[in-house]
Design a binder for this molecule. Structure first.
Ligand code: FAD
Length: 389
């Protein structure tokens, strides 16, 4: 376990009682945001993260709507505007690699030019961490082993050894949340598989792509190369439809590579090069496309936030925004209320937005991942109409 900061004190508040204590599990997007705002509301906050450090790099993500207000209130908007990825073109290819159409990405994603942000995930996590690291205790390379709620708090033991008691505990530990498993039960109860799997990794930019995405589709299969700038590397993205989740492949990188290679074995365009790069990739990220749907996000003194509570899937492009908004509102709900009233207000306030966002995902994967020949043809017609071809 690595302690990076001395145990800090919360910002001064008018409270006369000792500061309430909070443990946040997970230091990506929801975790540091929640830590920041809890600290502002007078909590002494500890964040535990299983990785050795904040994970930088990573795929591009969007920050939209009210989530922009959250990062603005944290003073991060100028920095994130500087990190904005100016994606200029999205080109769709058919099975042979011939162009169907080429558009500005916002024509497809519905983003707002000049307002919405698209940044590398690592640029956002770095900015959030920098905003909070001096005010909050971070424990890296460690995680929660057990949680035991008592009348006066939550007794926590850590995998790295040691135990402490906190007034409140928060799970901001993502889609496969350990906090959720410990408090609410196995992931299967809340996991809704959306019929696709995906692999992302970086590979050399051999096509010389710049500020653009090129996407190849056949029914149920998508291969995309995403150049966030003029870099030597691009993000490769392989997505495929599969009726049942490939349980054997989760947690087994060799099985994941085999499965992806099998699914794309006869694919055209540059897919053979992408598969060759997959063999060499040391940053492969493979998962099912799925959502987390829970009837409640809190139990006693423990609450979930971000993907741990309500992952909407990347098909919505809203996971990051929901994580930022949820963390901000959860901390706000605890500013002047005890945890029972605060958690109830958080659930009431965020539920509608979460449900509407999650419901936006159609069964077929929408525009980017049409699963059948008919759906693909209809998608291509829509794209041609959008571009006037
Ligand atoms: C390929 C891809 C593309 C995406 N594109 C977009 C997009 O365009 N727009 C968008 O809004 N969203 C997008 N998303 C979704 C977005 O990444 C998530 O919704 C967002 O990161 C959720 O943030 P979070 O903080 O809740 O969880 P996460 O980012 O998953 O972070 C969880 C953190 O908890 C840590 N952790 C896990 N387990 C433990 C443990 N037991 N103990 C301690 N720490 C733990 C992890 O290391 C991690 O740091 C995409 C996701 C993927 C995979």
């Amino acid at each position: 376990m690595t302690r990076t900061t001395p145990r800090p004190t919360p910002r001064p508040t008018p409270r006369s009682k000792p500061a309430p204590t909070a443990l946040v599990s997970g230091a990506s997007i929801a975790g540091p945001t929640l830590a920041h705002w809890l600290n502002r509301h007078g909590y002494a906050v500890t964040v535990v993260e299983k990785a050795r450090t904040i994970r930088s790099g990573g795929y591009p993500i969007d920050v939209r709507g009210p989530a922009l207000d959250v990062v603005e209130r944290m003073g991060l908007l100028p920095r994130l505007r500087d990190a904005h990825i100016d994606l200029r073109r999205l080109t769709f290819l058919d099975a042979d690699g011939d162009e169907i159409t080429s558009l500005h990405p916002h024509a497809v994603t519905g983003g707002a030019t000049g307002r919405d942000l698209e940044v590398r995930r690592g640029d956002l996590t770095d900015a959030l961490y920098t905003a909070v690291r001096d005010d909050v205790e971070f424990l890296f390379d460690d995680s929660v082993a057990t949680l035991d709620q008592t009348g006066h708090g939550v007794d926590v033991t850590f995998r790295g050894g040691g135990s402490r008691t906190f007034d409140l505990v928060f799970g901001a530990d993502g889609m496969h949340s350990r906090t959720r498993e410990l408090v609410f039960g196995p992931e299967e109860r809340f996991h809704r598989y959306l019929g696709h799997c995906f692999a992302v990794f970086t590979m050399p930019n051999s096509l010389g792509l710049s500020h653009e995405t090129v996407m190849w589709n056949t029914p149920g299969r998508t291969a995309a190369l995403y150049a966030v700038g003029d870099d030597d590397e691009v993000h490769a993205f392989l997505n495929f439809a599969r009726p049942e989740p490939p349980h054997d492949a989760f947690g087994d990188a060799h099985a994941q590579r085999r499965l992806v290679a099998e699914v794309f074995a006869d694919a055209g365009w540059k897919v053979p090069d992408i598969l060759a790069a997959l063999d060499d990739a040391d940053d492969l990220f493979f998962d099912a496309v799925s959502q987390i749907r829970m009837p409640r996000w809190s139990s006693g003194r423990v609450a979930l936030v971000g993907d741990a509570a309500h992952a909407p899937s990347f098909l919505t492009g809203q996971g990051t925004s929901l994580a930022l908004i949820g963390a901000y509102r959860l901390a706000g709900a605890l500013a002047d209320a005890d945890h029972t009233a605060g958690f109830a207000a958080y659930e009431r306030g965020a539920r509608d937005l979460v449900t509407r966002t999650q419901d936006r995902v159609g069964a077929g994967g929408g525009t980017l991942f049409p699963a059948t020949a008919d759906a693909l043809e209809q998608r291509n017609e829509r794209l041609r109409a959008l571009s006037g071809r």
